[in-house]
Design a protein. Structure first.
Length: 555
C-alpha cells in the first residue's frame, strides 16, 4: 500500500504539471452563499471559450479564510506569486481569465502579505483552500493518509499514544482536557472487546463555524485522525456525530468515506495491514445539548439526547456500554500532522501548558471576518487589531469567546495571551473556537441576555436547576433591559447564578451563567445604569425607548 499512495501522489503531480495555471474557487458554505458555485461554472466556461482548458485548470476548494471578502478565488501560475481575488461577481470573470499568467486585476486583488495571513500557522487548515474536498487523490498527494500508514506499519499503538502525549495536545472542543491522557484511559479500559471512536461534530455555539469549515474543506483529514485514534486505543468502529444544519459537510463526509473504502483506507485490512476500522455518520436533530458527550452517546444509540451523571465516564462506559474515545473535529484533525512530524514538533509551538495552534471563527464587529489558525499565546489585541483589521465602528468594547459557556474579555485585557489558563483567569474560556468582537454599541446586559435565552431554549429539561434556573435568569435580565428591575433583582441574579452553576447536571447548565459572571465582573456599571437610572449606556436596549404596541396602532 506504500506503493499505492506513492503512485497516487506521482500521478497527481504529473497531472497537475500539465497545467500552467490553477484557478481555485472557494466552495465552502460562506462563499457558496455568495454564489461561488455559479462563479466557478462561469470561470470554467470562460476558460473553455478562450481555448485555455489544456493549460488552465479551474477547481473548487475549501475555505480560504477571509470569509468577509467572499467569494474568493486564487490564481496560481507557474513562475509567479499566487494572486488572491475577493468580492467577485460574474462581471469580473472575463477580466480574471484574461489576466491569467499576466498582470493581475489590481482592483480585485486581496494582499496576502497582511497580518491576517502572516500571523497564521496552519496545521489543521493546511489543506483548506488548496485541495478539492471531493477528491481523495488530492488529499493523498498533499501527504494525506501518510500519518495513518506510518502508524500502522512503523509504530505500535502505545507509540502512537506516546506521540500524542508528548505533543501536549489538549481537546479543542472546549474543555481543554489532555488528549493523550484521554487516549491512554480508553486504551487501558475494557477487557479487549469492542471499543469506539466518536467524532463530535455537533458544533452548536453561536458564532462558531470552524468545525463546519474543516469538514467541508478537508473531510479526509478527520477520517485519518479517527482511524489513527482507533488503532491507538484498540477500536474498530467510529461514528461522526454531525449536526443536521450542516448538509454540505454531511454530503462531503459521505463521499470521503466511500472513496476511502474503495481505496482500502477504511474497512477491512486497512492499507494492507491487519487493522480493521469502519466509520459511520449520525446526523443530529439540532439539539445543542447533544454536544455534551453523554447526551451525544444517547442520541447515537437512538435515545433522547440527554446527559447522564458521571462517573462512569465514556472512556470506560460509553457507546453501548463500551469504552469510547470522544474527540471533536479540530482535535482529530490535528492528529495526522502530529504523527507525521512527531509530538515534540507540535509541542514546540505555542506556550508551556497550551501547545500547538488553535482555530477560531472570527466574527462580529471586525473588518476581517473569517477562519484563522494561530499559535497558542497570540494576544487578543493582535487578533482584533492586526489580523482582524480593527473594529468596524468605534472602539472594541469586549471579545466574547467560548459561546454560551464562555465570557466577555474587556478592552483593557486584550493583551492577555490566548491560552487555556489565562482565559479562564479572566472569566472566559477558549471553548470550541467562536470569537465575537463587540464594539461600543453593544449592551453587555443584552449580550448576557442573548446567551441566557439560548441556554434556556436549548436546555434538555432533565434537571430542574438548568430547566427552571435558566428561565428565571433570562426573565430577570429581560426585566433589567425593560427598566423594571431593582437592586434586589440583581442580588437574586447573582444568587441564582451560583445555584445553577453548582447544581446542574451537565456543562450546559453548569456554565449557563458564565456570560452573567463575566459581564457583571467587568461591566457592572451598565447593569446599575439600567436599574438605577433606567438608561442603557450603549443605547441599544428597549429601555428608555417608546414602544408602540400593536393594539395601540390598531386603535
Amino acid at each position: 500500500m506504500i506503493d499505492t499512495l506513492e503512485k497516487i501522489t506521482e500521478q497527481e503531480s504529473y497531472d497537475s504539471s500539465a497545467y500552467d495555471h490553477i484557478v481555485r474557487v472557494c466552495i465552502s458554505r460562506s462563499c457558496l452563499s455568495s454564489q461561488s458555485e455559479k462563479l466557478k461554472a462561469d470561470l470554467e466556461l470562460a476558460v473553455e471559450a478562450r481555448d485555455l482548458h489544456d493549460t488552465c485548470k479551474v477547481k473548487g476548494v475549501g475555505c480560504m479564510g477571509l470569509c468577509s471578502q467572499g467569494p474568493l478565488v486564487s490564481v496560481e501560475s507557474r513562475g509567479q506569486d499566487t494572486v488572491l481575488y475577493g468580492n467577485l461577481t460574474a462581471r469580473d470573470v472575463p477580466e480574471i481569465v484574461e489576466s491569467v499568467g499576466k498582470t493581475p486585476v489590481k482592483r480585485l486583488v486581496i494582499p496576502t502579505n497582511t497580518p491576517f495571513f502572516q500571523y497564521q500557522k496552519k496545521i489543521v487548515l493546511e489543506n483548506c483552500g488548496r485541495i478539492d474536498p471531493g477528491r481523495i487523490e488530492e488529499y493523498i498527494a498533499a501527504g494525506g493518509y501518510g500519518g495513518l500508514l506510518a502508524a500502522l506499519t512503523e509504530m505500535s499503538p502505545a507509540e502512537v499514544i506516546d506521540q500524542v502525549v508528548r505533543s501536549g495536545l489538549r481537546g479543542r472542543g472546549g474543555a481543554g482536557y489532555s488528549a493523550g491522557l484521554k487516549w491512554t484511559t480508553v486504551a487501558k479500559a475494557g477487557d479487549g472487546g469492542q471499543k469506539y471512536v466518536v467524532c463530535n461534530a455537533d458544533e452548536g455555539d453561536p458564532g462558531a463555524f470552524k468545525d463546519r469549515s474543516v469538514l467541508e474543506a478537508d473531510p479526509h483529514r478527520v477520517l485519518e485522525g479517527m482511524a489513527i485514534a482507533g488503532y491507538a486505543v484498540g477500536a474498530t468502529e467510529g461514528y461522526i456525530y454531525v449536526r443536521g444544519e450542516y448538509p454540505l459537510a454531511v454530503g462531503r463526509l459521505n463521499v470521503a468515506i466511500q472513496q476511502a473504502r474503495e481505496r482500502s483506507i477504511l474497512g477491512s485490512h486497512i492499507l494492507g495491514t491487519p487493522f480493521n476500522f469502519n466509520i459511520h455518520i449520525r446526523v443530529g436533530a439540532g439539539a445543542y445539548v447533544c454536544g455534551e458527550e453523554t447526551a451525544l452517546i444517547a442520541s447515537i444509540e437512538g435515545k433522547r439526547g440527554q446527559p447522564r451523571p458521571r462517573p462512569p465516564y465514556p472512556a470506560e462506559l460509553g457507546l453501548w456500554g463500551k469504552p469510547t474515545l470522544i474527540n471533536n473535529v479540530e482535535t482529530l484533525s490535528t492528529i495526522p500532522a502530529i504523527i507525521r512530524n512527531g509530538g515534540d514538533w507540535y509541542a514546540s509551538i505555542g506556550m508551556k501548558n497550551s501547545k500547538g495552534t488553535k482555530v477560531f471563527a472570527l466574527a462580529g464587529s471586525v473588518r476581517n471576518q473569517g477562519l484563522i489558525e494561530v499559535p497558542m499565546g497570540i494576544t487578543l489585541r493582535e487578533i482584533v487589531y492586526e489580523m482582524g483589521g480593527g473594529v468596524t465602528h468605534g472602539k472594541c468594547k469586549a471579545v466574547q469567546t467560548g459561546g454560551p459557556s464562555g465570557g466577555c474579555v474587556p478592552y483593557e485585557h486584550l493583551d492577555v495571551p490566548v491560552d487555556y489558563e489565562a482565559m479562564r483567569a479572566l472569566g472566559s474560556i477558549i471553548g470550541s473556537g467562536g470569537m465575537i468582537i463587540l464594539d461600543e454599541s453593544s449592551c453587555m446586559v443584552e449580550v448576557a441576555k442573548y446567551f441566557l435565552e439560548f441556554c434556556k431554549l436549548e436546555s434538555c429539561g432533565k434537571c430542574i436547576p438548568c430547566r427552571v434556573g435558566t428561565t428565571h435568569l433570562y426573565n430577570y435580565l429581560d426585566k433589567i433591559t425593560r427598566g423594571e428591575a431593582t437592586l434586589d433583582d440583581l442580588a437574586l441574579i447573582e444568587e441564582l447564578s451560583d445555584v445553577v452553576k453548582n447544581t446542574s447536571l451537565c456543562g450546559l447548565g453548569q456554565n449557563a451563567a458564565n456570560p452573567i459572571y463575566s459581564t457583571l465582573q467587568y461591566f457592572r456599571d451598565e447593569y446599575l445604569a439600567h436599574i438605577e437610572r433606567k438608561e442603557c449606556p450603549a443605547g441599544s436596549c428597549t429601555i428608555g425607548k417608546t414602544i408602540v404596541h400593536r393594539e395601540e396602532v390598531m386603535a
